[in-house]
Design a protein around this ligand. Structure first.
Ligand SMILES: *[C@@H]1O[C@H](CO)[C@@H](O)[C@H](O)[C@H]1NC(C)=O
Ligand SMILES: *[C@@H]1O[C@H](CO)[C@@H](O)[C@H](O)[C@H]1NC(C)=O
Ligand SMILES: *[C@@H]1O[C@H](CO)[C@@H](O)[C@H](O)[C@H]1NC(C)=O
Ligand SMILES: *[C@@H]1O[C@H](CO)[C@@H](O)[C@H](O)[C@H]1NC(C)=O
Ligand SMILES: *[C@@H]1O[C@H](CO)[C@@H](O)[C@H](O)[C@H]1NC(C)=O
Ligand SMILES: *[C@@H]1O[C@H](CO)[C@@H](O)[C@H](O)[C@H]1NC(C)=O
Ligand SMILES: *[C@@H]1O[C@H](CO)[C@@H](O)[C@H](O)[C@H]1NC(C)=O
Length: 542
């Protein structure tokens, strides 16, 4: 079912001038590019994802009538990438373009998030970043420096430029605005391309971004080594024990006992509450406590990564993120997400051994090389701002994969770089939102039940294959992408966005909780009434 949106007036007029065939498009592509496939879809269509697509195998459904393109472009003699582009029929096109992002070190076209974009009427694009792999697998990069560059930024930029050309030829008119929506590595991709190519996007939505790639990857190895096998290793069943104790101590410390640890940084946590009684050791299968060495490990995990000469390397995981710890901390080795990057990207040495060879010199080497030029650490965004660009970033406080502190850190760096040199604050083009209780990009731990849905990048696909915007609340107050559009096109800046928790994550079963997300450094303050209603909260500072 395809809806029209009051905000996005559909002026659909001219029919598409090109047929949806490879031949029709081939004449308008850049030299070297070719159309792998062009497929027409009828109204309410389902797109069969061309396989194998390890990261994004799920087929989007319920789309408007459109032309689905798959284009391949070489980037060097030893590398190429593909991108997908959905072109809604002219009467369903909102005259805008939306680019969506990827996940982790993986590749693959994100057809599902593109499908969600067509619900709004966007011509929607995603690049495969130049390789196919799962999101934790970086082994493809060994000996392939060109593919690292494609992952870092090149395939994204070339896909945007080529797609704009295709859109112009297909509709015989330019797009009006170009938007970006990505989370996790997708957040990094948005920031990186905005920094390098300010004209690619008019509005950028970047969630939970590991933008400091060199340091994020170092932190993954370091935190994995912190919890290495041995007497201090915290075991899988103990993660939920820690989580429950955090919940017990920290939920009330933010002022309201509502199940949500809204401000983990403000929690004064008494660690010995987790310590085993003297002379007892935790049971391996049903632990009820932590040994003294395990408590020291927990302290390390919860301490930001500081290395030689008190150098700040990277933020660490928040209290309250334990439900997602199994991915990075649940194994006997540091995650391949970090190890592959060091071994195959940085050292280019398949014999590199993290046990004996990881130390601060690794961080320094990474800073020097920055494989694939993927680190998005340019904080002077003057060019993007000068052309009217708007940036919204967000990060969940219960993110157990990309440390929450990455969000405030990027914001504060931009602030420190730009605000002293301009007459206005950075809030006129860049706003950051913390999302209390949200895990990595979406979802909430069962113990917290926090409102996490606000139509952020890739969130619609968690609710369903045909979902777009916030079901029942398709407006800029409840949909952060619509808020970005309203800001970019009408100059109405978002002061808050309401997050929703649906019963069983099923919009058909109704709303369980709603609460405003606030522009950092503001927080949602409780002002009385039902804690599950957005109207019981107001944004402010204490
Ligand atoms: C759209 O397609 C889905 C299957 O993908 C189907 O369940 C639904 O009933 C269809 N809706 C309409 C309005 O035809
Ligand atoms: C491919 O190699 C040829 C011959 O070495 C060179 O002329 C050309 O520029 C290369 N193309 C790319 C895209 O690097
Ligand atoms: C990725 O896999 C697809 C098949 O789904 C294939 O067409 C494409 O060439 C692969 N991409 C790369 C960069 O190898
Ligand atoms: C598209 O925009 C460019 C400038 O950005 C302009 O030169 C061109 O005439 C426009 N084309 C159409 C079809 O509107
Ligand atoms: C740490 O500081 C000392 C004294 O200033 C300096 O000699 C050394 O090179 C520094 N180490 C690193 C890794 O920067
Ligand atoms: C990586 O190592 C291989 C094998 O030692 C070597 O042939 C290649 O040139 C190296 N690549 C880079 C980018 O250093
Ligand atoms: C790495 O080094 C450690 C310590 O010397 C050794 O036990 C381990 O087997 C090595 N790992 C590999 C993959 O060689």
């Amino acid at each position: 079912m395809h809806f029209t949106l009051p905000l996005l007036s559909l002026i659909g007029s001219a029919a598409a001038v090109l047929e949806c065939t490879p031949k029709a498009f081939s004449s308008i592509l850049s030299p070297g590019a070719y159309v792998v496939a062009a497929t027409s879809l009828k109204n309410n269509g389902t797109f069969k994802v061309p396989g194998p697509n390890i990261n994004f195998p799920v087929a989007p459904t319920d789309m408007p009538p459109l032309c689905a393109l798959q284009v391949q472009i070489p980037t060097s003699n030893s590398s190429f990438f593909q991108f997908g582009l959905y072109l809604p029929d002219a009467a369903h096109w909102n005259k805008r373009m939306l680019t969506v992002g990827n996940y982790g070190l993986g590749g693959g076209i994100n057809w599902l998030a593109m499908g969600s974009g067509t619900g709004y009427g966007f011509a929607a694009m995603s690049t495969d970043t130049g390789h196919n792999s799962s999101l934790l697998d970086g082994t493809w990069a060994l000996g392939h420096p060109q593919q690292m560059i494609d992952w870092g930024y090149r395939s994204m930029h070339m896909s945007v430029v080529q797609s704009k050309q295709i859109i112009k030829a297909y509709y015989e008119t330019n797009h009006t605005y170009s938007y970006y929506s990505g989370c996790s590595n997708g957040g990094r991709q948005g920031l990186k391309n905005m920094q390098l190519y300010p004209a690619d996007f008019d509005g950028v939505l970047a969630g939970c971004a590991p933008w400091w790639t060199t340091h994020f990857e170092s932190w993954i190895v370091k935190v994995g080594l912190d919890n290495a096998p041995g007497p201090g290793q915290i075991t899988y069943p103990q993660f939920s024990l820690i989580e429950a104790e955090v919940q017990r101590q920290c939920d009330t410390q933010d002022g309201v006992k509502d199940g949500i640890v809204s401000d983990p940084k403000a929690c004064n946590f008494y660690m010995n509450a987790l310590l085993c009684p003297t002379n007892s050791t935790p049971s391996a299968t049903k632990p009820t406590c932590l040994s003294w060495p395990q408590l020291q490990t927990l302290k390390k995990i919860w301490t930001d990564y500081i290395d030689t000469n008190a150098t700040y390397v990277h933020p660490t995981l928040n209290m309250g993120s334990e439900a997602q710890w199994p991915l990075l901390l649940g194994g006997s080795t540091p995650s391949s997400l970090g190890v592959d990057y060091m071994r195959d990207w940085l050292y280019n040495n398949s014999n590199w051994n993290y046990t004996t060879e990881y130390d601060y010199s690794t961080v320094q080497l990474a800073d020097g090389i920055d494989p694939g030029s993927s680190t998005a650490d340019k904080f002077d965004l003057s060019a993007f701002r000068a052309r009217g660009g708007k940036l919204i970033t967000y990060h969940g406080t219960a993110d157990g994969i990309v440390p929450t502190g990455s969000g405030p850190l990027y914001h504060d760096n931009v602030y420190a770089t730009m605000s002293p040199h301009t007459s206005s604050q950075i809030g006129d083009f860049f706003r950051f939102f913390l999302v209390p209780g949200m895990q990595h990009c979406a979802n909430t731990a069962p113990i917290q039940q926090a409102p996490w849905y606000f139509a952020g990048a890739n969130q619609a696909g968690v609710l369903g294959t045909g979902v777009w915007s916030t079901p029942g609340y398709k407006n800029a107050q409840h949909d952060i992408l619509l808020a970005l559009i309203e800001w970019t096109e009408k100059g109405i800046a978002p002061n808050s966005v309401i997050a929703t928790l649906f019963n069983e994550d099923n919009p058909a079963k109704g709303v369980k909780k709603q609460r405003p997300l606030c522009v950092y450094p503001q927080k949602a303050m409780y002002r009385g009434g039902n804690v599950n209603l957005a109207t019981s909260w107001v944004c402010g500072t204490n």
